[in-house]
Design a protein around this ligand. Structure first.
Ligand code: CUK
Ligand code: CUA
Length: 641
């Protein structure tokens, strides 16, 4: 993103917009007199909203309270996390398995809370991985990653994990057109048009368990999907995608991908598509992808490699896909709460086009097309257009809705947020942001019922906003009050990673369902130790299983002998506590110990260990658990073979 900033900024200068600049200077009028009291959450008081923020290149999700901006938790999703042993314990390693093997990092851009009838229901949050395409589901009772599904036939997985109104599907569009996985991919890159395809994955979600499965993939001629959103209400059956690179350029020069005056929004009738698939129109293709599920009873993940996918071609179905021209390098593709208006944000456009679902339907019914693009009908721009927001600012990126008939759009180049009325397309207010905002988020702001109290803006550049921390500065969010006609800046707060999309929701939907500890009697881990008297060391050839319990504040057993060089040692730590917020840690001195374990009350987690030489190895609890925490320690003795 930052490199394209340079291009976009020079574009701003080129357009004679240097006055707007990349760096608004005046901050004094941004802070209103009562801002402090509006964001102050007194000690002992809870925040009103949970704010879930994507981690970008850190591969995690962070959770903040709003309006305070206090960081509550980092939830590892696609990256290993030494703080709690995610990706290091035997139980969580399978979560990061893929068809390419163990991939302990990814680039996480978008989050979407599950919905029922177009409203956030607070059950799960879905996350995308851009690099090795994956979709994850985080359980909001435990704040743990519950499931990760890899996506075959994709590369880059940017336009996801956007969902339909009842979480029927999580939808994921590929960023890169690629040769299909079951073909020989060793083809000249300039045969892209012939040999590459673009896929949109439809992942169904089980209503009760949340379990995902890759239902089918829609195949299209090469095109790069950027962002997407489902329809709502009247447009419930439809999904909308922004695209770029309609020249099917295969070099990285932006000029190549942006030379057209207009790219496309793709409208897909997913409901009809689903019916075609159900009636047997799809074909089964071979494809390899991992499906990883964490089980809360066994406290362990299993990874399965799937080998088939159902595919269906857009060109074979005459009434599923329609392109709508959209100026110019569209990025965000956002649908208003009524489901009637679809906002395309062309990064390089000096206006914001707003499309009308009713007009799109009419154009389809009357075949008001200007032609086809790779076999898919292209609706006439004017026939789909509701209207254009004129002179909104420079570099419109993303739009959210306040539920009162207004939209707020980030302007990447002119570094501001702009509020405009959806009906009359008039700009109502603009406020500078610091600097170069990417995504923004209003609680419920992409659903049928936004809570238009705040907008939170995620900035790409924070130069001079925080104490310097070397060449890289804090990532940053800004909280604005949007209850009045004029937006008011209330708070800056630094964030973890590079935030892209974020979602916020009323805390009441989540907080009372939060699991406080895991019941020991429900612990079905095969190596659980359900009481100190069951603690033991079991040898089976070279394999040694150590069943250890942890309770304030000792290990049982705490002195272990009989381990020999060449042994493969599995430390199965069971935390016997049955109380809220009493994890115990485990770490052992040695090269093989690359992270600690942090074991939640009632849970069992395993560290695999191979001793490096004979001797005495101390181990201890890493989490300050009681006045005797420091004493929570032990020794293991390793003897020659
Ligand atoms: S993208 Cu980051 S600012 Cu990946 Cu959603 Cu627009
Ligand atoms: Cu257990 Cu410290």
């Amino acid at each position: 993103m930052k490199s394209s900033l340079l291009r976009l900024c020079s574009l701003a200068v080129f357009l004679g917009a240097a006055a707007l600049g990349c760096k608004p200077k005046n901050t004094s009028d941004a802070i209103s007199g009562d801002a402090a009291s509006k964001v102050y959450v007194a000690p002992g008081k809870y925040d009103e909203f949970y704010n879930f923020v994507s981690g970008g290149f850190n591969g995690q999700m962070s959770v903040y309270g709003l309006p305070s901006g206090r960081l509550l938790k980092i939830v590892p999703i696609f990256s290993v996390f030494p703080e709690n042993g995610y990706g290091y314990s035997e139980e969580t390693k399978p979560m990061l398995n893929t068809s390419h093997g163990f991939v302990p990092w990814d680039d996480q851009h978008h989050l979407e809370l599950s919905q029922t009838e177009g409203k956030i229901d607070g059950r799960w949050i879905f996350a995308n991985a851009n690099n090795t395409p994956r979709i994850a589901r985080v359980d909001l009772t435990t704040f743990k990653t519950a499931e990760i599904l890899e996506l075959p036939n994709s590369a880059g997985n940017h336009s996801s994990p956007f969902i339909t109104e009842n979480t029927e599907y999580v939808v994921a569009g590929t960023r890169f057109a690629v040769p299909m996985d079951d073909q020989n991919g060793d083809v000249p890159i300039n045969t892209l048009r012939k040999n590459f395809k673009s896929s949109i994955s439809f992942i169904s979600v089980n209503k009760d368990s949340g379990t995902m499965s890759l239902a089918f993939q829609l195949r299209l001629p090469p095109i790069d999907f950027d962002l997407s959103h489902s329809g709502k209400g009247p447009s419930h059956d439809w999904f909308f995608f922004s695209t770029y690179n309609t020249e099917q350029a295969n070099t990285l020069l932006e000029v190549n991908a942006s030379q057209r005056d207009k790219d496309f929004i793709l409208a897909v009738n997913w409901k009809k598509l689903e019916a075609y698939v159900k009636s047997g129109k799809g074909r089964t293709e071979s494809a390899k992808y991992a499906h990883n599920i964490y089980n809360e009873q066994t406290h362990s993940a299993t990874s399965t490699i799937e080998n088939k996918v159902l595919a269906i071609d857009a060109q074979d179905l005459k009434d599923i896909c329609y392109y709508i021209p959209c100026p110019k390098s569209p990025h965000g593709c956002d649908v208003d709460p009524t489901g009637e208006y679809i906002v395309g944000s062309g990064k390089l456009a000096a206006l914001i086009p707003v499309f009308s679902f009713t007009k799109i339907q009419k154009a389809i019914a009357t075949k008001d097309f200007i032609g086809t693009y790779e076999g898919i009908p292209v609706i006439k721009y004017e026939s789909a257009l509701y209207g254009e927001v004129q002179k909104p600012g420079l570099g419109p990126l993303h739009t959210e809705f306040d539920g009162r008939g207004n939209a707020i759009t980030t302007m990447f180049v002119s570094s501001e947020i702009v509020k405009w009325n959806i009906k009359d397309l008039k700009v109502i207010d603009r406020k500078p942001t610091y600097y170069s905002p990417g995504h923004l988020s209003i609680p419920g702001g992409d659903t049928r019922s936004p809570n238009g109290k705040y907008v939170i803006v995620y900035n790409k550049i924070t130069k001079d906003r925080y104490l310097p921390t070397g060449p890289e500065l804090a990532q940053a969010a800004q909280l604005f009050d949007i209850t009045g006609d004029k937006m008011k800046l209330l708070l800056d707060f630094p964030t973890v990673g590079e935030p892209h999309y974020a979602q916020a929701v009323e805390a009441s939907l989540i907080k009372d369902k939060s699991v406080k500890f895991f019941k020991l009697e429900d612990n079905k881990h095969p190596y659980a130790t359900l009481g100190e008297k069951n603690a033991k060391v079991v040898r089976n050839g070279k394999r040694v299983d150590i069943y250890i319990t942890e309770i304030r504040s000792h290990f049982t057993p705490d002195n272990i002998e009989g381990i020999k060089m060449g042994d493969q040692v599995y430390w199965h730590m069971t935390n016997l506590e049955q109380d809220w917020d009493v994890p115990h840690g485990f770490a052992i001195k040695s090269a093989a110990n690359t992270a600690e374990l942090l074991v939640m009350p009632g849970e069992t987690q395993t560290l695999y260990w191979t001793p490096e030489k004979p001797g005495i190895y101390p181990f201890y609890c890493t989490d300050f658990c009681s006045a005797l925490h420091q004493e929570m320690q032990g020794y293991v003795r390793v003897s020659p073979e």
